[in-house]
Design a binder for this molecule. Sequence first.
Ligand code: SF4
Length: 336
Amino acid sequence: MIHEKAPTQQKIDSVDWKKSLQNAFSNWQDLAAYLEIPLNAVNISNRKHFAMRIPLSFAKRMEKSNLKDPLLAQVLPLQLEHSSPSRFSSDPLDEASFSPYPGLLHKYKNRVLLITHPACAVHCRYCFRREFDYKTHQQSKDNWQDVFSYINAHPEIDEVILSGGDPLMHNDSYLAYFVENLSKIAHLKRFRIHSRIPIVLPERITKELIKTLSRTHLQKILVLHMNHPNEIANDVITAISALKAAGFTLLNQSTLLKGVNDSVAILKKLSESLFMHGIIPYYLHVLDQVTGSAHFAITDNEAIALHNKLKAETSGYLVPKLTRELAHEPAKTWLI
Ligand code: SF4
């Protein structure tokens, strides 16, 4: 929902993103007061691990006094997260078995994923890495050389994905280190960043960051993780436009979430809004069965029915592929 004029890049550069991060909402008392919702309207989880984290920029897009707001639903830690069915697990994709070195996941033939940072600017309650063992993958700059050597020794790898957590949580100099080292590997063609930061903390997308990420001959791809059209605000549009102007190919993958985007009208509006801002809606994921996320689940039949209706409502390029990630498959699995 857009109410104000888009801020300029200069305005974005003038905000201290680290301070914004420090000031993110971390408890229900403050958030409830801000959103004008009675404290006892909901049972909140008090678990310390993966506790509430919501930057103000994202909270500003939530509707006041609406406990069912689709942005709030994605990030509100509820007590019912503690009662997961047994088929939900802490590592639903068995990622632990795809890691030849700390920080490196090699699941698919042509690409590897680097767990570059253990933290995120927001804690999405449906996240499939919410219980991930980040400690095993944390390492110093020197240890990354083993990972770069591994990529060097595997000419079939043509793309590297910077993931996490969120890679843009690193400061610019650390990111420069990744870009520089990856650019030296002769057989790499692309690097891809998966990040929710341009959406939840757009002040992080500074001119300096974009310059840092652009110092490479590799093709640059940024995959955003937007789930609802209300996530596209004016500061987000400024950040996205700057990335686009710097030559990033922008893709979006969403997760199909009960109570957030399980409606044809919302999915259609999301695709249209993304496309209007130069972002291709490419994947619509069904939920990974991670502990604590069962309240977002819809059945495969419901997902397929929604997808079929979306296909009948809009142009083919606005219909993301409906997919699921299955451990030990050579690629993502398309539901239809
Ligand atoms: S930003 Fe991505 S990795 Fe981080 S909590 Fe959200 S979904 Fe998970």
